[in-house]
Design a protein around this ligand. Structure first.
Ligand code: FAD
Length: 446
C-alpha cells in the first residue's frame, strides 16, 4: 500500500516557530539499534515517508558502560542491515569505508569488535539518516480518523503505522532502591560513579557480562585507584560463559525464531530459561582476563585480600546497621539456612534491565491484546489490536516471551526490521538460508 497523503495541523515547536510535518507512512518511537535498523532499511524509499524520534539529546549506546576493553558479544555482521540488505549504505562496512579505515580494521584483526567502535558506528548511522531526530520525546499516541496521532514534546505528527523501539531500562531489586545514590548505583552508571571507589570495600552484584566487566575493571586498577576489596556476588552457581558455539548460534537464526514463535507459551518460557546462557553468559575472554587478574593479585602481587568470589548466593537484605556500617546479607543457595554478612562501602548493582515503560501507548491500551505481561504480536511483529488491519503498531525488543532471547539482542535486528519493512511495502523478501537443523517435526526434510 502506498503512502496516504494527509495534512497535519501546524503545531508549535520548542523554539516557538510553527512547523508542518507531512503525513507519515511510519513514525518510529525510539532510535536505538532496533529502530535504527528499520530507519536504515526505509531510508530513501519515497513510498514510505518516515520519521524516528528519540528523547535523548544525541545518540548514545550504554555509554556509561563503555569500560576500556569492552567488546561486542556478537559478530560484526550483526550490524543494522548486513544480514538482510548487505548493500545498504548504513552497513558497518560502509561506515568503515566512509571513514577511510577499511584496511586498518582488517589489519587490526579484532577477535571481537570494541564496543566503543560499534557505538560510534551506530551514532554515525543515526546522524547521517535525516529521518532520525533527537531531543524529541514521544508523550502519547492516539488513533484518530484512521491514523495514529503521535504527540511529542515539540509537535504532533500523523502516521499510518508506528514502530515502538524504546528498549530497556536499568533494573535493581526493591531492597536496593532506597540506597541508590553515588556509592550505590546500577552498572549502567559505572563510568559516572566508579571513579570514586578507590580505597572502598565494594560489592558487585550480578553474574552476567556487565557484572564481569565491572569486577574486571575494579581489580585491574593501579594500586592508588583500586578499591580496598572487591566482592563479586552472583545468584548463578558459578561464573558461567556465554555459549557462542556453532549450533547454539542457530537459536539466533530467523528459522528458529519462527519455530519458537509457534510453540506453546509454557514451552517458550521453559526454553528461554534453559537457553539463557546462550545470550546472558560472560564472554570467555572476559572470564580469562578476570582469572589472570586474580592470579596476578594473589600470586604475583601477594595481595589476596583484595577480592572475594561469592557465586551461588542471593542478596536478601541490604541496609545500614545502627553503627553506620552498610551490610549486604547473602543467602547461600545450596546450604539451606546459611547466610553471610558482607560489610561494604559501595555496591554496583549489575542486576540487569527490563523492558522500558510505554506510557505513551496508554490511549491505545484498551484496543491492544496482551498475553502474559506482553503485547501480543503476529509474525511480522505487528501488535494484535482491534484497529484497521492496514494500520499497525510494530513492537521491537519487547516480546521475548513470544520471540525468544534474540528479541533483546542484536542478532535478529536486521531480519526483524526487514519483516516490518516488507509488511509496510506489501513485499515478501526471500527468507535467508535455512538452518542445518530441522527444528520442527513438521519440517519435511530427512
Ligand atoms: C552494556 C550493554 C551491552 C550490550 N552489548 C550487546 C552485544 O554486544 N550484543 C548484543 O547482541 N546485544 C547487546 N546488548 C543488548 C542490546 O543489543 C541492546 O540493549 C540494544 O541497545 C537494544 O536496542 P533497542 O533499540 O531495542 O533499545 P535501546 O538501545 O535501549 O534504545 C531505545 C531508545 O528509545 C528511546 N526512547 C525511550 N522512550 C522514548 C520516548 N518516549 N520517546 C522517544 N524516545 C524514547 C531511548 O532514549 C533510547 O535511545 C547490550 C546491552 C547492554 C546494556
Amino acid at each position: 500500500m502506498g503512502p496516504v497523503p494527509k495534512s497535519v495541523p501546524k503545531s508549535m515547536t520548542a523554539s516557538g516557530s510553527t512547523e508542518q510535518t507531512p503525513h507519515l507512512r511510519l513514525a518510529g518511537i525510539g532510535a536505538g539499534p532496533a529502530n535504527l535498523a528499520l530507519a536504515a532499511l526505509l531510508h530513501g524509499d519515497r513510498g514510505q515517508p518516515n520519521l524516528f524520534f528519540d528523547r535523548k539529546p544525541s545518540f548514545t549506546w550504554h555509554d556509561d558502560q563503555l569500560i576500556t576493553g569492552a567488546t561486542l558479544q556478537v559478530s560484526i555482521f550483526k550490524d543494522l542491515v548486513s544480514l538482510s540488505d548487505p548493500t545498504n549504505r548504513f552497513s558497518f562496512m560502509s561506515y568503515l569505508h566512509e571513514h577511510g579505515r577499511m584496511y586498518h580494521f582488517l589489519n587490526a584483526q579484532f577477535a571481537a569488535v570494541p564496543r566503543t567502535e560499534f557505538r560510534n558506528y551506530l551514532a554515525w548511522a543515526a546522524q547521517t539518516n535525516e529521518n532520525v531526530v533527537f531531543s524529541e520525546s514521544v508523550q502519547h499516541v492516539e488513533f484518530v480518523n484512521d491514523v495514529f496521532r503521535v504527540t511529542t514534546d515539540r509537535r504532533q505528527v500523523t502516521a499510518d503505522n508506528i514502530a515502538v523501539g524504546v528498549g530497556t531500562v536499568p533494573w535493581v531489586p526493591d531492597l536496593a532502591v532506597p540506597h541508590l545514590g553515588t556509592g550505590h548505583f546500577h552498572v549502567s552508571q559505572f563510568l559516572r560513579y566508579a571513579g570514586q571507589l578507590a580505597g572502598k570495600r565494594v560489592a558487585v552484584v550480578g553474574g552476567g557480562q556487565s557484572g564481569a566487566e565491572a569486577f574486571l575493571d575494579l581489580i585491574s586498577r593501579s594500586p592508588g585507584d583500586r578499591p580496598a576489596c572487591v566482592s563479586w556476588v552472583s545468584r548463578r552457581r558459578n561464573y558461567f560463559p556465554i555459549d557462542d558455539s556453532t549450533f547454539t548460534n542457530d537459536f539466533y537464526m530467523p528459522e528458529y525464531s519462527d519455530y519458537f514463535y509457534r510453540l506453546s507459551e509454557e514451552k517458550r518460557a521453559e526454553l528461554n530459561s534453559a537457553h539463557l546462557l546462550s545470550s546472558d553468559g560472560i564472554s570467555e575472554s572476559t572470564l580469562r582476563a578476570i582469572y589472570q587478574g586474580l592470579y596476578r593479585l594473589q600470586f604475583v602481587e601477594h595481595d589476596e585480600h583484595r577480592f572475594g568470589l561469592l557465586p551461588n548466593r542471593t542478596v536478601v537484605a541490604a541496609d545500614r546497621t545502627s553503627n553506620g556500617i552498610f551490610e549486604l546479607m547473602l543467602r547461600h543457595n545450596d546450604e539451606s539456612g546459611q547466610s553471610q554478612i558482607l560489610p561494604v562501602d559501595a555496591v554496583v548493582w549489575a542486576t540487569g534491565f527490563r523492558p522500558a515503560p510505554k506510557t505513551f501507548l496508554e490511549p491505545l491500551l484498551s484496543h491492544i491484546e496482551t498475553a502474559n505481561g506482553e503485547v501480543r504480536v503476529d509474525e511480522d511483529f505487528a501488535v494484535t489490536w482491534d484497529g484497521p488491519p492496514d494500520r499497525n503498531i510494530f513492537m521491537q525488543n519487547a516480546v521475548r516471551g513470544q520471540r525468544g532471547l534474540p528479541d533483546v539482542n542484536l542478532s535478529l535486528n536486521a531480519w526483524r526490521a526487514q519483516r516490518i519493512a516488507d509488511r509496510l511495502r506489501g513485499n515478501n523478501s526471500p527468507e535467508m538460508a535455512m538452518s542445518f537443523i530441522d527444528w520442527s517435526a513438521k519440517s519435511g526434510r530427512g
